[in-house]
Design a protein around this ligand. Structure first.
Ligand code: NAG
Length: 291
């Protein structure tokens, strides 16, 4: 019983094997323009068409054209056309060749993207171009096949904006006759300041104040000190002033002008007082010297 079963199974196995070999041989024996199906060779459908019904003993292959959105790019024995690929804008792709009944659409990278995975004549995966930051410059623009080539700004230059085309040289404050108050960096220009402003201000002040001080000093020793000297003279008991205060300045200068010369003898007392004043107080002597 068991032995007969085994023989039977072996027989089936051998038959299947033979069938497989025959079918393989059969497939191999089909023409280039034929395909093997269900034990026979059928004529292929042309590109743009697909098989509607396989051939049989009586009729050849029945073909029908692909429908919109599908294509068949080679002679075939297939019952379905291929779906046209869609170009995903979100992935940086765009359609560069429309799908036809005989050819697939071609996608490639859209502006601002470059290909990282080629696919046929187009691209399958795109990536965004690198952006050059401040401190760098774009040496070469990106293409659909290459990323942006970015270069750091060399020392002494800067770029302040993204995607700068050039690195700009720092301002040379010294060359401009200015004072550098902030050195340049790769992203910022040097900051200069008008050197002369502060100097001019100081010089102007000095020019204005010097004569003013001189004037004040002059006034001080000519006027103020004299008044003080007069003030020192006692005025109690309604005693008459040694000389007329209102004309004191005239007289004083007179006395000063005539210093060394003999004094007028009209008013000996007054002149004596004045002489005393002139001699006793140093400031008046100085003031006399000045006039
Ligand atoms: C990059 O492209 C821009 C326009 O998009 C152009 O102005 C610039 O000159 C290009 N730069 C280089 C380095 O080719």
């Amino acid at each position: 019983m068991a032995l007969r079963d085994i023989e039977k199974n072996a027989g089936v196995a051998v038959m299947i094997l033979l069938l497989s070999v025959w079918s393989l041989l059969g497939e191999n024996s089909c023409d280039d323009a034929e395909y093997f199906i269900t034990g026979q060779c059928c004529p292929m459908c042309a590109p743009g068409d697909r098989v509607n019904q396989h051939c049989d003993d009586k009729t050849g292959t029945s073909c029908i054209p692909c429908t919109q959105g599908t294509y068949m790019d080679h002679p075939n024995g297939l019952t379905e056309c291929f779906k046209c690929q869609l170009c995903d804008l979100g992935l940086g792709l765009q359609e560069v060749k429309k799908c036809t009944y005989t050819s697939n659409a071609v996608c490639d990278c859209r502006g601002g993207y470059f290909c990282v995975e080629l696919k046929g004549e187009g691209c399958g995966v795109c990536r965004k171009h690198s952006v050059s930051k401040p401190g760098y410059r774009v040496k070469e623009n990106g293409t659909t096949r290459s990323d942006t080539v970015i270069e750091a700004c060399p020392l002494g230059t800067f770029s302040a904006e993204e995607m700068s085309e050039k690195c700009i040289e720092w301002k040379d404050c010294a060359k401009l006759g200015l004072l550098e108050i902030e050195p340049g960096t790769s992203t910022k220009d040097a900051v200069c300041k008008e050197k002369s402003y502060r100097h001019r201000w100081v010089i102007s002040l000095a020019f204005i104040s010097a004569p003013l001080i001189l004037l004040l000093l002059t006034l001080h020793f000519q006027g103020f000190v004299k008044v003080r000297t007069l003030g020192d003279v006692p005025i109690e008991n309604n005693a008459p002033l040694p000389f007329d205060a209102s004309s004191s300045e005239n007289r004083m200068s007179e006395s000063c002008d005539n210093q060394g010369k003999s004094e007028v003898s009209k008013q000996p007392v007054e002149s004596e007082t004045r002489k005393n004043n002139c001699k006793s107080t140093l400031p008046i002597q100085e003031s006399c010297g000045l006039t």
